[in-house]
Design a protein around this ligand. Structure first.
Ligand code: ADP
Ligand code: MG
Length: 214
């Protein structure tokens, strides 16, 4: 079943130098449970596409058209259905690992599913670090926490923008391997932007974007 779909998706930025056509009529369809890698050179529109997949435009997620949601609805819909993983992890420094992972649940006023929490923590190998502060972790460990946090809401879709950009190649492959395994276990869809050929090869499918076109 299709979970993400864009139809003739366009994005034009107004820059001082004039208009930048960041996305120029993108049509993509991603099936539930699929692991898709988006590749393309710097400035080709990858981040713009990922952000739009996660939040705006004529995009269908679980059969809801995001463009039709009001702001507040969109915030809640995104938090429940879409997990974001960023290159620079975006962990909260004053919260320990466990608290970072469960933060989205708290924001949503949801109780913690302890069994699921345990599964995520173990599959991402974070058990020993649960009470550590982010600043004491390596880059790979911090990225695993960020992934655990994204998984904690059991989102249908995980969007990751160069999640391994700050990791050495071996750690990057390991982290994406764990992400892939978790997603397979929980039937989640992953869209990952990457520069790394080896990571792109781990995906079910590669989408190449150049000058805002697929
Ligand atoms: P990528 O992630 O593939 O490197 P981006 O999606 O970040 O590419 O950017 C695509 C194009 O849009 C680039 O030419 C970039 O300079 C431009 N761009 C991105 N964000 C903005 C913005 N906020 N204002 C103006 N131009 C932007
Ligand atoms: Mg980018």
């Amino acid at each position: 079943m299709e979970i993400l779909k864009t139809t003739d998706l366009k994005k034009i930025y107004q820059a001082p130098s004039g208009e930048v056509r960041a996305l120029d009529g993108v049509n993509i369809s991603i099936a539930e449970g699929e692991f898709v890698a988006i590749i393309g050179s710097s400035g080709s529109g990858k981040t713009t596409l990922l952000n739009m997949l996660g939040g705006s435009g004529e995009i269908i997620v679980r059969e809801r058209n995001l463009a039709e949601l009001k702001n507040e609805e969109l915030t809640v819909f995104r938090r429940r259905n879409i997990g974001f993983v960023f290159q620079n992890y975006n962990l909260l420094p004053i919260l320990n690992v466990s608290e970072n992972i469960t933060l989205p649940l708290k924001l949503d006023g949801l109780g913690q599913d302890l069994n699921f929490f345990d599964q995520i923590v173990d599959s991402l190998k974070l058990r020993e670090k649960l009470y550590s502060m982010p600043s004491t972790l390596s880059g790979g460990q911090q990225q695993r926490v960020a992934i655990a946090r994204a998984l904690s809401m059991k989102p249908a879709v995980i969007l990751a923008d160069e999640p391994t950009g700050n990791l050495d190649s071996k750690t990057g492959i390991e982290v994406v391997g764990l992400l892939k395994a978790s997603a397979a276990k929980f039937n989640q869809t992953i869209v990952v932007v990457t520069h790394n050929e080896e990571i792109a090869q781990m995906a079910d499918r590669m989408i190449r974007i150049e000058d805002g076109k697929v």
